[in-house]
Design a protein around this ligand. Sequence first.
Ligand code: B4P
Length: 192
Amino acid sequence: MLNIVLFGPPGAGKGTQSTRLVERYKLVHLSTGDIFRANIKGGTELGVLAKSYMDQGQLVPDEVTIRMLESEASKTPDAPGYIFDGFPRTPAQAEALDRYLNGKETGITMMLALEVEEEELRKRLLLRGKDSGRADDQDPAVVQKRIDVYRNETEPVRDYYMAQNKYTGIDGIGSIDEIFDRLCAAIDGYKA
Ligand code: B4P
Protein backbone atom coordinates (compact mmCIF):
# COMPACT_ATOMS: atom_id res chain seq x y z
CA MET A 1 0.00 0.00 0.00
CA LEU A 2 1.10 3.54 -0.72
CA ASN A 3 0.06 5.65 2.27
CA ILE A 4 1.11 9.28 2.09
CA VAL A 5 0.87 12.00 4.72
CA LEU A 6 0.66 15.32 2.88
CA PHE A 7 1.85 17.85 5.39
CA GLY A 8 2.33 21.60 5.58
CA PRO A 9 1.06 24.81 7.16
CA PRO A 10 -2.45 26.13 6.45
CA GLY A 11 -2.63 27.32 2.87
CA ALA A 12 0.47 25.37 1.79
CA GLY A 13 -1.53 23.66 -0.95
CA LYS A 14 -2.35 20.31 0.66
CA GLY A 15 -5.94 20.24 -0.57
CA THR A 16 -4.98 21.57 -3.99
CA GLN A 17 -2.29 18.97 -4.57
CA SER A 18 -4.21 16.07 -2.98
CA THR A 19 -6.93 16.34 -5.62
CA ARG A 20 -4.33 15.79 -8.32
CA LEU A 21 -2.34 13.13 -6.50
CA VAL A 22 -5.36 10.90 -5.85
CA GLU A 23 -6.13 10.96 -9.55
CA ARG A 24 -2.56 10.14 -10.61
CA TYR A 25 -1.93 7.38 -8.06
CA LYS A 26 -5.51 6.12 -7.60
CA LEU A 27 -5.46 6.65 -3.85
CA VAL A 28 -8.29 7.43 -1.45
CA HIS A 29 -8.27 11.05 -0.23
CA LEU A 30 -8.92 11.58 3.47
CA SER A 31 -9.00 15.28 4.36
CA THR A 32 -10.02 15.99 7.94
CA GLY A 33 -10.71 19.63 7.00
CA ASP A 34 -13.08 18.53 4.20
CA ILE A 35 -14.84 16.03 6.47
CA PHE A 36 -15.36 18.70 9.14
CA ARG A 37 -16.68 21.16 6.54
CA ALA A 38 -19.11 18.53 5.18
CA ASN A 39 -20.38 17.98 8.73
CA ILE A 40 -20.77 21.72 9.29
CA LYS A 41 -22.76 21.96 6.06
CA GLY A 42 -24.93 19.01 7.09
CA GLY A 43 -25.57 20.54 10.52
CA THR A 44 -24.43 17.39 12.36
CA GLU A 45 -23.44 17.34 16.03
CA LEU A 46 -19.82 16.83 14.96
CA GLY A 47 -20.12 19.80 12.60
CA VAL A 48 -21.40 22.10 15.35
CA LEU A 49 -18.53 21.04 17.59
CA ALA A 50 -15.87 21.36 14.85
CA LYS A 51 -17.12 24.80 13.81
CA SER A 52 -16.62 26.17 17.32
CA TYR A 53 -12.89 25.35 17.04
CA MET A 54 -12.33 26.06 13.33
CA ASP A 55 -13.85 29.55 13.53
CA GLN A 56 -11.25 30.40 16.19
CA GLY A 57 -8.35 28.96 14.17
CA GLN A 58 -7.91 26.21 16.78
CA LEU A 59 -7.50 22.48 16.28
CA VAL A 60 -10.50 20.25 16.84
CA PRO A 61 -9.69 18.00 19.87
CA ASP A 62 -7.61 14.90 19.10
CA GLU A 63 -10.12 12.41 20.46
CA VAL A 64 -12.89 13.63 18.14
CA THR A 65 -10.61 13.94 15.11
CA ILE A 66 -9.01 10.52 15.52
CA ARG A 67 -12.37 8.76 15.96
CA MET A 68 -13.74 10.49 12.87
CA LEU A 69 -10.69 9.67 10.74
CA GLU A 70 -10.75 5.99 11.69
CA SER A 71 -14.44 5.79 10.97
CA GLU A 72 -13.93 7.34 7.49
CA ALA A 73 -10.97 5.08 6.69
CA SER A 74 -12.94 1.99 7.67
CA LYS A 75 -15.46 2.80 4.90
CA THR A 76 -12.85 1.92 2.25
CA PRO A 77 -11.31 -1.39 3.42
CA ASP A 78 -10.10 -2.23 -0.11
CA ALA A 79 -8.31 1.08 -0.72
CA PRO A 80 -5.02 0.66 -2.59
CA GLY A 81 -3.62 3.41 -0.36
CA TYR A 82 -4.47 6.75 1.19
CA ILE A 83 -3.50 10.37 1.04
CA PHE A 84 -3.91 11.80 4.53
CA ASP A 85 -4.45 15.52 3.97
CA GLY A 86 -4.34 17.70 7.08
CA PHE A 87 -4.00 14.67 9.34
CA PRO A 88 -2.09 14.01 11.57
CA ARG A 89 -1.81 17.52 13.02
CA THR A 90 -0.51 16.56 16.48
CA PRO A 91 1.92 13.87 17.70
CA ALA A 92 -1.03 12.11 19.42
CA GLN A 93 -2.82 11.91 16.05
CA ALA A 94 0.36 10.54 14.41
CA GLU A 95 0.65 7.82 17.04
CA ALA A 96 -3.03 6.93 16.67
CA LEU A 97 -2.65 6.71 12.89
CA ASP A 98 0.32 4.35 13.24
CA ARG A 99 -1.67 2.14 15.62
CA TYR A 100 -4.64 2.09 13.27
CA LEU A 101 -2.57 1.23 10.18
CA ASN A 102 -0.46 -1.33 12.03
CA GLY A 103 -3.70 -3.03 13.00
CA LYS A 104 -4.40 -3.33 9.26
CA GLU A 105 -0.88 -4.67 8.69
CA THR A 106 0.23 -1.58 6.84
CA GLY A 107 1.79 1.79 7.72
CA ILE A 108 2.75 5.24 6.48
CA THR A 109 5.02 5.04 3.45
CA MET A 110 6.16 8.66 3.43
CA MET A 111 5.45 12.18 4.62
CA LEU A 112 5.62 14.84 1.90
CA ALA A 113 5.89 18.25 3.55
CA LEU A 114 5.08 21.36 1.53
CA GLU A 115 7.32 24.24 2.60
CA VAL A 116 5.93 27.76 2.19
CA GLU A 117 6.89 30.90 4.10
CA GLU A 118 4.37 32.75 6.26
CA GLU A 119 3.95 35.84 4.11
CA GLU A 120 2.83 33.71 1.16
CA LEU A 121 0.49 31.64 3.37
CA ARG A 122 -1.28 34.75 4.65
CA LYS A 123 -1.65 36.02 1.08
CA ARG A 124 -3.12 32.74 -0.25
CA LEU A 125 -5.57 32.22 2.61
CA LEU A 126 -6.93 35.77 2.61
CA LEU A 127 -7.28 35.60 -1.17
CA ARG A 128 -9.27 32.38 -0.91
CA GLY A 129 -11.34 33.96 1.87
CA LYS A 130 -12.59 36.58 -0.58
CA ASP A 131 -14.52 34.11 -2.71
CA SER A 132 -14.68 30.77 -0.88
CA GLY A 133 -17.01 31.76 1.93
CA ARG A 134 -14.71 29.94 4.36
CA ALA A 135 -15.02 31.85 7.62
CA ASP A 136 -11.56 30.75 8.78
CA ASP A 137 -9.95 32.36 5.70
CA GLN A 138 -11.59 35.76 6.07
CA ASP A 139 -10.28 37.19 9.31
CA PRO A 140 -6.54 38.03 9.39
CA ALA A 141 -6.45 37.31 13.16
CA VAL A 142 -7.85 33.79 12.63
CA VAL A 143 -5.43 33.16 9.76
CA GLN A 144 -2.53 34.21 11.99
CA LYS A 145 -3.84 32.01 14.81
CA ARG A 146 -3.90 28.99 12.46
CA ILE A 147 -0.30 29.66 11.44
CA ASP A 148 0.74 30.00 15.10
CA VAL A 149 -1.10 26.79 16.06
CA TYR A 150 0.70 25.05 13.21
CA ARG A 151 4.11 26.21 14.51
CA ASN A 152 3.35 25.27 18.14
CA GLU A 153 1.22 22.14 17.88
CA THR A 154 1.62 20.65 14.41
CA GLU A 155 5.29 21.13 13.49
CA PRO A 156 6.42 18.45 15.98
CA VAL A 157 4.64 15.90 13.76
CA ARG A 158 7.44 16.50 11.23
CA ASP A 159 10.01 15.30 13.78
CA TYR A 160 7.90 12.20 14.39
CA TYR A 161 8.23 11.12 10.74
CA MET A 162 11.84 12.36 10.46
CA ALA A 163 12.76 9.98 13.28
CA GLN A 164 11.26 7.18 11.17
CA ASN A 165 13.17 8.32 8.05
CA LYS A 166 9.91 8.99 6.25
CA TYR A 167 10.14 12.76 5.81
CA THR A 168 10.65 14.51 2.46
CA GLY A 169 10.50 18.30 2.22
CA ILE A 170 9.00 19.77 -0.97
CA ASP A 171 9.39 23.38 -2.09
CA GLY A 172 5.78 24.65 -2.06
CA ILE A 173 6.46 27.89 -3.92
CA GLY A 174 5.81 27.98 -7.66
CA SER A 175 2.95 27.10 -9.96
CA ILE A 176 0.52 24.34 -8.97
CA ASP A 177 1.87 22.24 -11.89
CA GLU A 178 5.48 22.73 -10.81
CA ILE A 179 4.74 21.67 -7.25
CA PHE A 180 2.73 18.67 -8.47
CA ASP A 181 5.75 17.57 -10.56
CA ARG A 182 7.99 17.83 -7.47
CA LEU A 183 5.59 15.69 -5.43
CA CYS A 184 5.32 13.07 -8.20
CA ALA A 185 9.12 12.94 -8.52
CA ALA A 186 9.40 12.20 -4.80
CA ILE A 187 6.74 9.45 -4.98
CA ASP A 188 8.11 7.90 -8.16
CA GLY A 189 11.63 8.03 -6.72
CA TYR A 190 10.43 6.08 -3.72
CA LYS A 191 8.56 3.51 -5.81
CA ALA A 192 11.46 2.97 -8.28
P1 B4P B 1 -7.72 22.27 6.31
O1 B4P B 1 -8.97 22.08 5.61
O2 B4P B 1 -6.79 21.11 6.39
O3 B4P B 1 -7.12 23.45 5.48
P2 B4P B 1 -5.85 24.32 5.34
O4 B4P B 1 -4.73 23.82 6.20
O5 B4P B 1 -6.34 25.69 5.58
O6 B4P B 1 -5.42 24.36 3.84
P3 B4P B 1 -4.59 23.60 2.69
O7 B4P B 1 -3.12 23.46 2.94
O8 B4P B 1 -5.33 22.35 2.32
O9 B4P B 1 -4.69 24.68 1.57
P4 B4P B 1 -5.15 24.66 0.07
O10 B4P B 1 -4.52 23.61 -0.75
O11 B4P B 1 -6.63 24.65 0.05
O12 B4P B 1 -7.96 22.78 7.83
C1 B4P B 1 -8.94 23.70 8.22
C2 B4P B 1 -9.20 23.64 9.73
O13 B4P B 1 -9.82 22.37 10.08
C3 B4P B 1 -8.00 23.72 10.68
O14 B4P B 1 -7.61 25.06 10.94
C4 B4P B 1 -8.56 23.01 11.95
O15 B4P B 1 -9.37 23.86 12.71
C5 B4P B 1 -9.44 21.91 11.38
N1 B4P B 1 -8.72 20.63 11.24
C6 B4P B 1 -8.45 20.00 10.05
N2 B4P B 1 -7.77 18.86 10.27
C7 B4P B 1 -7.58 18.75 11.62
C8 B4P B 1 -6.91 17.80 12.45
N3 B4P B 1 -6.29 16.73 11.94
N4 B4P B 1 -6.92 18.00 13.79
C9 B4P B 1 -7.54 19.05 14.34
N5 B4P B 1 -8.19 20.00 13.60
C10 B4P B 1 -8.21 19.87 12.24
O16 B4P B 1 -4.61 26.04 -0.46
C11 B4P B 1 -4.94 27.30 0.09
C12 B4P B 1 -5.09 28.35 -1.00
O17 B4P B 1 -3.88 28.53 -1.69
C13 B4P B 1 -6.12 28.00 -2.06
O18 B4P B 1 -6.89 29.14 -2.35
C14 B4P B 1 -5.30 27.58 -3.26
O19 B4P B 1 -5.95 27.86 -4.48
C15 B4P B 1 -4.06 28.42 -3.11
N6 B4P B 1 -2.88 27.77 -3.65
C16 B4P B 1 -2.59 26.44 -3.57
N7 B4P B 1 -1.41 26.19 -4.19
C17 B4P B 1 -0.95 27.40 -4.65
C18 B4P B 1 0.23 27.81 -5.38
N8 B4P B 1 1.16 26.93 -5.76
N9 B4P B 1 0.38 29.11 -5.65
C19 B4P B 1 -0.56 30.02 -5.28
N10 B4P B 1 -1.70 29.70 -4.61
C20 B4P B 1 -1.89 28.40 -4.31
